[in-house]
Design a protein around this ligand. Sequence first.
Ligand code: PLP
Length: 453
Amino acid sequence: MPLTNVQARDLDAVIHPYTPLHKIREIGPLVLDHGKGVYVYDTQGKEYIEGMSGLWCAGLGFGNEELVEAATEQLRRLPYYHLFGGKGMEPAIELAEKLKEIAPCEIDKVLYSSSGSEANDTQIKLIWYYNNAMGRPEKKKIISRVKAYHGVTVMTASLTGLPNNHRDFDLPVANVRHTDCPQYYRFSQPGESEEEFVQRLAGNLRTLIETEGPETIAAMIAEPIMGAGGVVIPPESYFPTIQPILDEHDILLIDDEVICGFGRTGNWFGATTMGMKPATVSVAKQMTAAYAPLSAVMLPKFMVEALEAQSAKIGVFGHGFTYGGHPLGCAIGVKTIEIYQRMDIVGRVRSLAPQFEKRMMALADHPLVGNVRCKGLVGGIELVADKATKRSFEAAQGVGAKVARLGEGHGLILRAIGDTLAVCPPMIISEAELDELFDRTIKALDDGEAVVS
Ligand code: PLP
């Protein structure tokens, strides 16, 4: 298809993240113009069901007038202020109070940033600062996991456990260790039960800690459900089994709720769904339903006290972002949580989850599909070359990306993570829209089968 004028301008001026840059001219960018509910529309007026809430973030869909009004009111009242040097503003206070109320663990205070990467980067800096404050400067290493996704700053890309985030970026940096990915489908050994798999991973984690020396390890960071690594849902016993090993060695668990937070898994936070007992929590994305960028770390009292004590010793607490706690994001965050509470977001996700699960599981019969997995309103459809042996397609074939593009032809936006199609619709989706989403997914899979066979 010939490029439209807007596509040509895009290609001449914009670099697209997470895109094969050498192929983008061939593919042509999909330029979106507006959205309403669970639908977005391109510049030609074609409609798409946004089956991924953008990037797992637009949980209330598009065109929510209450959020637009809250944003407009805040922009008129105080479009910008900051929290440096003891300054404050009502929206930042109110949102922090709300976060403390709903947090999955005991939280004392909130420190703002703008993106998920910044929140996780902040977590690591604070834990280093905390351990220095505690007089144990050698306790600095961070354990992450293969296939984890924690962001793209130098440190958080290092924590991310995906090859494309490391290769030729000279990452990971020092003091990062990756332990196993808890994906039973891909990483279990022949004949191994799920429980045996969990025990093996727990054993490997213990060995890693003991080999490195627990006195050198500060924290482990984990998403309750790994999103950008391919929607990996750990076995139920995974976190309850590894948690005591961390506790035993005084290793803090950082809970990365950037995707799972705010109802997505059928609880306010994924930690509750997956049985995690974190010390600290990172939030972003659905906190503002993606109507403005905002992220935060939620800290327990013992860490806040240590930070304050260290500040008393060395002076100013030397961390903060110009836009951390931006009033626009905070005002939208307050309104977003108010809407989630009013609509009972947890109840809503739980009531849609059986239909979501039924339609997801039915896809397992499709010849292209090797494995489907889901929890709440998030899921992954893994495409394979051979169902019986679980053999993957050659990466160079780009089968996942091809099927996602075929989906666009049918008015559906999903995200291909390698050969896994991620599904994460806005949580306002209706039952009829959910059915439509899966009907379109089947069409994309059928077309994909014709293309690869
Ligand atoms: N953590 C998780 C679990 C994520 O999924 C993401 C982004 O998808 C991030 C962190 C990074 O967030 P951002 O892209 O806002 O920096």
